[in-house]
Ligand binder design. Sequence first.
Ligand code: FE2
Ligand code: FE2
Length: 307
Amino acid sequence: MAAEIERNLLDLPERRFPINLDVEIPKVRDLYQAAIRNQWDPQTDVDWTALDNLELTDEQRQAAILWWSRRAWNEYGAVSESPSLLVRFYQERFEPDLALFFTIRTQEEARHAEASCMMAERLGGYVPEPRKQEFQGSISTHGVRRMAFDLDSSIEAVVAALVCGLEEYAFDWFRLMGETTTNKAARQVIRSITRDEVRHCAFGWAFIQKRIPTLSAAQRKVVEEAIFNATQHVELNGYRVPWLAPDSEASRQEMETDRICCEAGLGATTEDMEKPIFVATVQRVREQFAALGITVPPFHHHRIGTL
Ligand SMILES: [Fe+2]
Ligand SMILES: [Fe+2]
């Protein structure tokens, strides 16, 4: 069982006043305004007729339903993770730009979940949970809510590990799928999500850039460890894609689902398509951290080696 949180965010007294709404991180305020300008509506901005009368085998339809359901589970996770970070920004009196941006970010994650669920529904029916218990461990949670509520866990570490790390890997994956997905509705959903995610990643880097110079050597070490742990134990354990998960009957089945969905032009990627891109992204993220004085240790993966 996880250790008790000694200093819990929810136990802090309400500290609203004085309310400062000045622009303190202009880059983040710009992202907030860009997010407001770029809202989209899954109900009306996707050509859902592109899913009518598709010539699909049963196997392809089932694979696409499962893949999009999995996307919805993942996005829905962010719907509760996002506000936990928002409360932390608010109660610890971080720059107001952060809380403003995160309110819109939460809406965007809700929209990603809704659009993914609609894809599954219109392909024949949303599936509410994984078919194999075994695989649930890989895709459950990365523990961000708990970390956000624990005042002794570093918020810089959480953002560096999950936003600049995991969200950046997801962004490049979405960008790839935006090029390889041939069905119009699926491609529109994927590209709309990608356009939101570019802001989520930019937020992470703007925040980290601002905060890293204020951290002590020991605090930087904590950031480095968090980045390592999230990539090594969450991402490389198959949180986002099954080809990164430990080899098992369940993960092989999920990889097969991805392959079939991808070949039907309805989303997803295969290991062969994604691996070189993923390796390059990990390298790029490591270089971006190095430029900020953060050293990310090498990772190991049974299908990739050292990266
Ligand atoms: Fe998302
Ligand atoms: Fe996101």
